[in-house]
Design a protein around this ligand. Structure first.
Ligand SMILES: Nc1nc2c(ncn2[C@@H]2O[C@H](COP(=O)(O)OP(=O)(O)O)[C@@H](O)[C@H]2O)c(=O)[nH]1
Ligand SMILES: [Mg+2]
Length: 390
């Protein structure tokens, strides 16, 4: 980010092509180029559980029916929440490197897999934090990785087994919204990882905990200025190899769909109870991909424009370039007015002398009269003395 008075914060990526401004082409702090894995055939698809293959094929066919030839998902979230693991779980291969104890330093990488000419792309990203700070460099890397790509869905991940949104989370969400734009959240799916049954604190009901966590996240994103739809979809994720599976080998999580949709009346409650009793657990990979496809089909892809994003995130700073111009114009106008006032004052001085000047003039006039009187007196005296002599 760079701050330009009158314009506001601009991502460094938006200043490319202005050599010299940042000391060379693109500046010294320019983020690394994102890695792009070239299109590979999705061979691991054939090893997915059969039921998963069937549902994914149906999802891809639905997208094709809508003239889509690709599906691109940007995966965001703090380091360690399970972004890379989730990409690997869906692709069914160890495509992205997962880090257990090391800091999350990987740069954004796009994993592309094609299946019958359809391209499935996941942009895996580093968590945009650096210790206890939001990393502008990482945010820039992420912005750069999205540049020129149509992002269908933003998959924002958080851990279900964490209980609150803290100050750093808020700052991270603000950073993401500022750099990528408030509009990215329109295409969001919220994913909660580590969604095993022991995620809630002891004594707290699982569904209650999920609803609470989702509400926390939704309101934090909205507080950060994100345009998050009211019914933004949510999916539970469990990447662990210890995740329970069904007979097909699909990994299962608790079905929270009905709890999250909100039951307003008794009828809904009854329907939800019935639905939950039928499917208390669901296969999360297909459930997540269904939510992803839903968002992709219902929203235009997100095309990142860094300058517009910076302005959208800082409405107060729109058209800030006008401020110095307006100040300069005011100064010139003030000088012009002062000149006119001075000239008028001078003219008025001539026409309307001040009281002091009037008094001074009267005093002068009195003095002059006195002088004239004295001269007359002395002339008379001289005259009478000369006639007396005669
Ligand atoms: N139990 C459990 N562990 C997970 C899950 N997702 C990721 N992990 C672990 O969390 C660590 C960080 O995961 P990683 O995918 O590298 O996180 P990233 O930094 O967000 O990409 C790794 O040790 C993963 O094995 C999950 O759903 N459940
Ligand atoms: Mg990772």
């Amino acid at each position: 980010m760079i701050y330009i008075p009158g314009i506001g914060h601009l991502p460094l990526s938006s200043l490319q092509g202005l050599p010299g401004i940042l000391g060379g082409a693109g500046g010294t702090r320019a983020p690394q180029q994102p890695k792009v894995e070239t299109d590979k055939e999705w061979d691991a698809f054939a090893n997915l559980p059969f039921a998963t293959q069937q549902t994914l094929t149906e999802i891809i066919e639905t997208l094709r029916d809508e003239k889509r030839t690709s599906l691109t998902v940007l995966v965001l979230g703090k380091g360690g929440v399970g972004k890379s693991s989730t990409v690997n779980s869906i692709l069914n291969e160890r495509a992205a490197t997962t880090l257990a104890f090391q800091p999350d330093t990987a740069r954004p990488t796009m994993f592309s897999r094609t299946i019958d000419g359809f391209s499935l792309n996941f942009i895996d990203t580093p968590g945009p934090l650096d210790g206890d700070n939001v990393s502008e460099v990482k945010l820039e890397q992420i912005a750069k990785a999205t540049k020129g790509k149509d992002i269908d869905v933003v998959l924002f991940l958080e851990r279900l087994d964490i209980y609150a949104v803290d100050a750093l989370d808020h700052r991270m969400l603000q950073g993401i919204t500022r750099v990528l734009g408030a509009g990215i959240w329109t295409n969001a799916v919220l994913g909660l990882t580590r969604a095993s049954a022991n995620a809630p604190p002891p004594g707290i009901d699982f569904t209650e905990h999920v609803v609470d966590r989702v509400n926390q996240l939704r309101s934090a994103i909205r507080q950060a200025g994100g345009y998050l739809p009211q019914d933004c979809p949510v999916a539970l994720i469990e990447n662990s190899s210890r995740c329970p599976t069904n007979d097909d080998g699909e990994k299962l999580v608790t079905n929270i769909l009905y709890a999250l949709n909100g039951a307003d009346d008794e009828e809904d409650d009854k329907e939800n109870d019935e639905a939950e009793s039928i499917t208390p657990e669901i296969a999360w990979v297909v459930e997540l991909m269904e939510r992803v496809a839903e968002v992709a089909l219902n929203n235009a892809p997100f095309d990142h424009d860094p300058v517009a994003a910076a302005k959208a995130a800082n409405p107060d700073k729109k058209n800030r370039w006008v401020i110095p111009v307006a100040i300069a114009a005011q100064l010139v106008f003030k000088m012009f007015l002062n000149a006119i006032i001075d000239r008028d004052a001078r003219c008025n001085d001539l026409k309307n002398p001040s009281i002091e000047e009037k008094l001074r003039a009267m005093k002068e006039a009195r003095k002059e009269k006195k002088r004239e009187k004295e001269m007359m007196v002395s002339r008379r005296r001289k005259k009478s003395s000369s006639s007396r002599r005669r």
